[in-house]
Ligand binder design. Structure first.
Ligand code: UD1
Ligand code: MG
Length: 511
């Protein structure tokens, strides 16, 4: 006959203020490599497949509730208006799930390094042994401030004693309560009803449940964590930083073991939510955050921050910052590029140095090599955008789009005043302010005609080094341009051209 499946309830304790964080943000909402503290705890519990998840909220309850609605909408927040202790918190949580039978897993909200495997092993041991209560314990180098596991002469759990209530001999114990437990729901409810506040803090201690059950002859058990690091809590920002380093090392090691090269793991910070393909290479000083994905053979770094950005196979990203961008296969970005949301680079596209791209597509093989802002634009394939171009997308009220076709060559120092279209194969002259569409195959020229006022320096700046240089040139002793001797009169040349100067070689040459 098959057994009925175990009913499981998860209770996360997250009502505390976390005074020592000295923060307006509730402690459990502090971020740690891609998740909040409570987010890490909930994901460690997720594989249990609990029927109900209850999160006890208190300090900053509205903020915590809003966060839970985002990351764990299936969880039920329950308010503990006054923090009267961990036992009180669990009592309130169970009141919200009167139907709960089977196993209740309780996890402190501030143990973000806890692994799902460890919670799973704790619950498995607890259910296998039919214990009334099982605590996750760990042997730690420094037990200061933590509850101690007090065992009897036979090595069985006798009670859990808080540091403040411990005798000097008990304080020597280095086996501590990690703040993670499995209980039998019915026996837990019964014991919670019997808790006293007769302790140093005048609180209802969840940990006292163990002594009570044991005295009533119920089986209580200890499950020892293989790695005490998983049980580390977080009370202030120094500890948070230490946890961040530990988690970084864990994440980095796991990626290296799957075949990703991290050239300097110490300066590489990868959120737990990031995905990397085999043979991706991450160079030093790089942060990969959120939903970032890096394809195989791509090289990211040094000095790169990617947030929610997808990097295709074989692409390179050097000394750049990207948020919400898509970088196609074999595309190249940087050094010193800034890709903003919905910047989309197709295969082999290039975004070079001091280039900012926002909400724009850059087609396959197209290049935006230098000193350019591309906003709200679509650029076709195999086009080249001249240096120092601005896609003028904003009229002060509305944003407009610029469309550049394929195989276009736009000149250096252009302004594309959107909405405007430059057709396939079209050119534009350097220094143009393009306000009208340029048809396919045309050369768009939009700039003031140049005039040279001959002899101006000799006349208006006499006695300066410039005037002396001009004078030498006039005598044929100049450093450059022997064909262009300085003239003496103030004649103005250049008016003969009908349009602002015929574009010549170099007008678009900024590849
Ligand atoms: C608790 C344990 C201690 C254990 C340690 C592990 C008790 C009495 N002690 O101590 O044995 O070694 O965790 O880190 O349980 N919380 C509430 N409501 C409350 C009080 C606390 O939700 O009324 C929450 C806190 O937000 C926190 C968790 O419960 O997430 C633990 O509370 P905390 O005050 O940190 O307990 P510790 O003194 O660390
Ligand atoms: Mg604590």
């Amino acid at each position: 006959m098959s057994q009925p499946p175990h009913l499981r309830t998860v209770v996360v304790l997250a009502a505390g203020e976390g005074k020592r964080m000295k923060s307006a943000l509730p402690k459990v909402l502090h971020p740690l490599l891609g998740r909040t503290l409570v987010g890490h705890v909930l994901s460690a519990a997720a594989p249990l497949g609990a029927d109900r998840t209850v999160v006890v909220v208190g300090h900053g309850a509205d903020q915590v509730r809003a966060h839970l609605a985002e990351i764990a909408p299936q969880a039920t927040p329950v308010l503990q208006a006054e923090q009267l202790g961990t036992g009180h918190a669990v009592r309130i949580a169970l009141d919200a799930v009167p139907e709960a039978t089977g196993t209740v897993v309780v996890i402190n909200g501030d143990v973000p390094l806890l692994r799902p495997e460890t919670v799973g092993a704790l619950v498995e041991a607890h259910e296998r042994e039919g214990a009334a209560a099982t605590v996750l314990a760990a042997e730690v180098p420094d037990p200061t401030g933590l509850g101690r596991i007090v065992r009897d002469a036979d090595g069985r759990l006798q009670q859990i004693v808080e540091q403040r209530d411990a005798t000097p001999a008990q304080r020597e114990i280095r086996e501590i309560n990690a703040g993670i437990y499995a209980f039998d729901a019915v026996r837990l409810r019964d014991a919670l009803g019997k808790l006293s506040t007769d302790n140093e803090q005048g609180e209802e201690y969840l940990t006292d449940v163990f002594g009570l059950l044991r005295s009533a002859g119920e089986p209580v058990a200890v499950h020892v964590a293989a790695d005490h690091v998983e049980t580390l809590g977080c009370n202030d920002r120094v500890e948070l930083a230490a946890l961040r380093r530990l988690l970084r090392d864990r994440v980095n090691e796991a990626w290296m073991r799957t075949g990703v090269s991290l050239l300097d793991p110490e300066t590489t910070w990868i959120d737990v939510t990031v995905a990397l393909d085999r043979d991706a290479v991450v160079d030093q000083n790089t942060q990969l955050q959120g939903a970032t994905v890096v394809g195989s053979g791509a090289v990211v770094g040094p000095d790169v921050t990617l947030v929610d950005t997808v990097v295709g196979q074989g692409a390179t990203v050097v000394r750049s910052h990207a948020v919400g961008a898509e970088i196609g296969p074999k595309a190249s970005v940087g050094p010193y590029a800034y890709l903003r949301p919905a910047a989309r680079l197709a295969e082999k596209a290039k975004v070079g140095t001091f280039v900012e791209v926002k909400n724009s597509e850059i087609g396959a093989g197209s290049k935006v090599p230098h000193l350019t802002y591309v906003g709200d634009a679509s650029i076709g394939e195999q086009s080249n955008i001249g240096a120092a171009t601005v896609f003028v997308n904003y009229d002060g009220v509305h944003k407009h789009r610029t469309v550049i076709g394929s195989h276009a060559r736009t000149g250096a120092d252009n302004m594309f005043v959107a909405p405007v279209v430059v057709g396939d194969g079209a050119y534009t002259a350097a220094g143009s302010v393009i306000v009208d569409d340029v048809p396919a195959g045309a050369m768009g020229v939009a700039r003031a005609r140049q005039r040279n006022i001959e002899g101006w320096v000799l006349k208006r700046r006499a006695g300066t080094a410039a005037a002396e240089a001009a004078e030498r040139a006039r005598r044929g002793e100049g450093a450059v341009a022997p064909g262009l001797p300085a003239s003496e009169g103030e004649a103005i040349h250049g008016d003969a051209e009908p349009v602002g100067g015929a574009p010549g070689a170099g007008d678009t040459a900024t590849e």
